[in-house]
Design a protein around this ligand. Structure first.
Ligand code: ADP
Ligand code: MG
Length: 729
């Protein structure tokens, strides 16, 4: 018995070969295939007479007629086969030509009735139908049962060996047979409230819509549903967490005041507001989950340190995790400095080093002794890398985890840190990646949000300039002049590695290349071999050019992802000290090492980076009171990129830029969503804040009534299936 759960290869029209191909889309069962929705539609719904069609040169039209003759021939070009036919209706005849579909003459015979949809082209013998879609019909005028023509026709994302035509051919009969068995997954009250199409109707209308309005209505339903499932997913985690307890850390206002008084600057209003929200949060026994967002240089570390101090003075410990060794060391230094007058024991643990700071002096210690101190409570705050969540690292009394630039740190990792202890630590996650509100509310929907949206007053705006190819020399001269005044220059060179490896993969799997993966204009020719050049080699070529031709008398050094951490660190320090003039690197400098003497950020191939990423690069300079500059070099002057780069010139606000990116490039451009597996419909929904808020409210309402979804078994099932599909990073 075939059912919705039947494996796809058991379906007669599918079989093992197609089954394998479909698995590439994650389609394993009949139900998966039915839920594989089209990416777009062709509108072949207007059927006209042949006479009318002949007057519609270059238009896409649809006609019905009888085949007068049909035959194959090999064209003058080798390997190209040609199928030629003549079709007739009451109003006239038209020629039809298909390329490379020799089996057509076997499928379609003289006297057959067909429906054709495609473009009318002009050949040397007059107008003809150019490779139209076709299907056989019983008589002229038939339009009830059309699948590939004569209607709004679904077009799916295709892979090699799976065409839209084939998908229509397989999906339609499955819909006839199984659509009625699909269980409604949305709660009835939601369907009613928003007047959604019931699921069976919506599935039909998405695949084979009666009208574009019907397709839109069906889409709206599934956009809602997918976002709703995402919301249920994150909020469910949150409900789970809310049932656990965290150590309460009551705020000591005098202590906080003496901390802020000890700073060489005044906190911005934004910093104050965020600090207050966090300090209030950790007073509670409900575990905090908060995301602190703020542009590079907005001063998140100070705010986090206030929370740390508060927790420590309540007798607890704090873990402060950075994504890299360099940053861990930098934070260790910053935190020791900030807390030097407050009698706090600061330690640092990375993959290689363990250090502690005692009376203002820093000591290297063994990991064993570090771990011992941590377990005894001798260390108040441990700054470090992921080493901090290793098995043998045990905190005596951890109350707060601070994460710098590590977006996902779920309940699981928290459990890891507390090692069977009863209390869950509070969590403060920090990021300089401005996340548009819609995404924050979905992908990070379990976190409360604090935003530092103002920069310290002493900062000068970085001047951002798009450099035309003709102005390159001028820009180089300017750089030369700045360096001679002792300033540092970053040069960012786009990484090509992902393209190259993607390409290698495609070549291996399919023996074909698609245009979009071909990195162009980087000085290598577009042959396969040179495309597989790795990042390091491309960078070296650039290095040679800069150091030999352009700046022969300056000290230039390369930095790239293949280098080991200590080497990178040594280079960054040399740069910081002024022993390197120009640091040429791939995007590895993206994360926050502070080099106040650097005043120029020069970005090659700027159009290859997202706006948010460019904004992050720019944030590497302008970290002192000197005027800083960001030069954007482009290799692709297309309008779209210009628009993006212009946005960067005009705005220095990361949030604004992230929203712009969303607007210009669509949700696919959002940080992390590409890999996140967020389904298409939900992705489209992400650009709609109202929809996001609606789904969030609906999910909350349901979970509050019924946290385990006991009364919504179908919804619960759908959610389970869904959870295996999405994974936020
Ligand atoms: P980020 O948000 O990028 O982590 P940091 O916390 O590293 O920023 O702060 C960047 C620099 O700005 C540090 O040197 C810090 O001491 C300084 N800073 C932080 N807050 C202020 C402020 N309100 N006024 C002036 N400088 C500040
Ligand atoms: Mg920082």
């Amino acid at each position: 018995m075939i059912s919705l759960q039947t494996k796809i290869e058991e379906i007669p029209r599918v079989g093992v070969v197609y089954g394998k191909r479909l698995k590439k889309f994650g389609i394993k069962t009949v139900q998966d295939l039915i839920f594989y929705f089209p990416a777009r539609y062709d509108d072949f719904s207007e059927i006209i007479s042949i006479k009318q069609a002949k007057q519609r040169l270059n238009d896409v039209v649809c006609v019905q007629g009888q085949i007068v003759e049909i035959e194959n021939s090999n064209s003058f070009k080798k390997f190209t086969s040609l199928t030629q036919a003549v079709i007739r209706d009451d109003t006239g005849e038209i020629d039809v030509i298909w390329f490379n579909q020799p089996y057509l003459a076997k499928n379609l015979k003289e006297d057959d009735f067909v429906c054709l949809a495609g473009k009318i082209s002009l050949g040397k013998d007059g107008v003809y139908f150019n490779s139209p879609s076709y299907e056989r019909i019983n008589e002229i005028g038939e339009n009830e049962e059309l699948t590939h023509t004569g209607r709004i026709v679904p077009v799916y994302s295709e892979t090699k060996g799976v065409t839209s035509r084939w998908l229509r051919y397989v999906i339609k009969p499955l819909l006839y047979r199984f659509c009625e068995q699909i269980q409604e997954s949305l709660p009835e009250e939601i369907i009613k409230k928003y007047k959604f199409l019931p699921i069976q109707e919506a599935v039909w209308q998405l695949h084979f819509p009666n009208s574009f309005e019907a397709a839109d209505a069906a889409k709206a339903r599934f956009s809602f549903e997918e976002l709703f499932l995402i919301q249920l997913n994150v909020l469910k985690e949150k409900v789970k967490l809310m049932q656990k307890s965290a150590p309460a850390c009551p705020m000591d206002s005098d202590l906080m005041k003496s901390f802020t008084d000890s700073l060489p600057f005044q906190l911005t209003d934004s910093q104050k507001k965020c600090a207050f929200a966090i300090l209030k949060d950790i007073e509670k026994t409900v575990p905090m989950s908060r995301l602190l967002e703020g542009d590079v240089g907005s001063g998140k570390t100070v705010v986090a340190t206030m929370a740390a101090l508060s927790a420590i003075k309540c007798g607890h410990q704090v873990a402060f995790m950075a994504p890299t060794e360099i940053l861990a060391k930098q934070h260790f230094k910053t935190v020791t400095e900030l807390l030097k007058n407050f009698d706090v024991k600061v330690g640092m643990l990375t993959g290689k080093d363990a250090r502690i700071c005692k009376d203002g002096e820093i000591f290297e210690v063994s990991k064993k002794s570090f771990n011992g101190d941590l377990e005894n409570g001798q260390i108040d705050i441990a700054v470090g890398t992921h080493s901090l969540i290793q098995k043998n690292v045990i905190f005596k009394d951890l109350a707060l985890v601070i994460l710098d630039e590590q977006h996902r740190f779920g309940v699981e990792q928290r459990d890891h840190l507390i090692k069977n202890k009863k209390l869950v630590p509070h969590l403060l996650s920090m990021t300089a990646t401005p996340i548009p509100r819609t995404l924050a509310l979905t992908a990070y929907g379990d976190l409360d949000l604090s935003i530092i949206d103002e920069m310290p007053a002493n900062r000068k705006k970085v001047k951002t300039i798009i450099v035309e190819p003709a102005q390159r020399k001028e820009a180089y001269n300017f750089i030369d002049k700045e360096v001679k005044e002792g300033k540092g220059v970053f040069v960012i060179f786009p990484k090509i590695e992902s393209n190259a490896s993607k390409l290698a993969e495609i070549v291996k799997n399919k023996g074909e290349i698609t245009g979009s993966f071909v990195p162009q204009n980087y000085g290598f020719n577009n042959s396969l071999v040179s495309l597989a050049i790795n990042e390091v080699k491309a960078l070296k070529e650039e290095y040679e050019k800069l150091s030999k031709e352009i700046f022969p008398d300056l000290r230039i050094t390369m930095l790239h992802g293949k280098m080991k951490a200590p080497e990178k660190e040594r280079i960054m320090l040399d740069f910081k000290k002024g022993e390197i003039d120009i640091l040429l690197s791939t995007s590895v400098v993206e994360v926050g090492v502070d080099v106040p003497r650097a005043t120029i950020m020069m970005i090659e191939g700027a159009e290859r980076f997202g706006l948010s990423q460019l904004h992050q690069f720019r944030g590497r300079v302008g970290r002192s009171d000197m005027q800083s500059y960001c030069f954007l070099f482009t290799t692709d002057p297309s309008m779209l990129n210009r628009k993006r780069l212009k946005a960067l010139v005009e705005s220095s606000n990361g949030f604004e830029l992230a929203e712009k990116d969303l607007e210009i490039r669509g949700p696919g451009s959002l940080y992390g969503t590409v890999q996140s597996g967020i389904p298409d419909m939900a992705m489209q929904g992400l650009s709609n804040i109202f929809l996001v808020e609606k789904t969030r409210a609906a999910a909350k309402e349901i979970l509050e009534k019924d946290p385990e979804l006991k009364n919504y078994p179908n919804l619960k099932d759908r959610l389970k299936q869904f959870q295996t599909r999405i994974h936020f990073e």
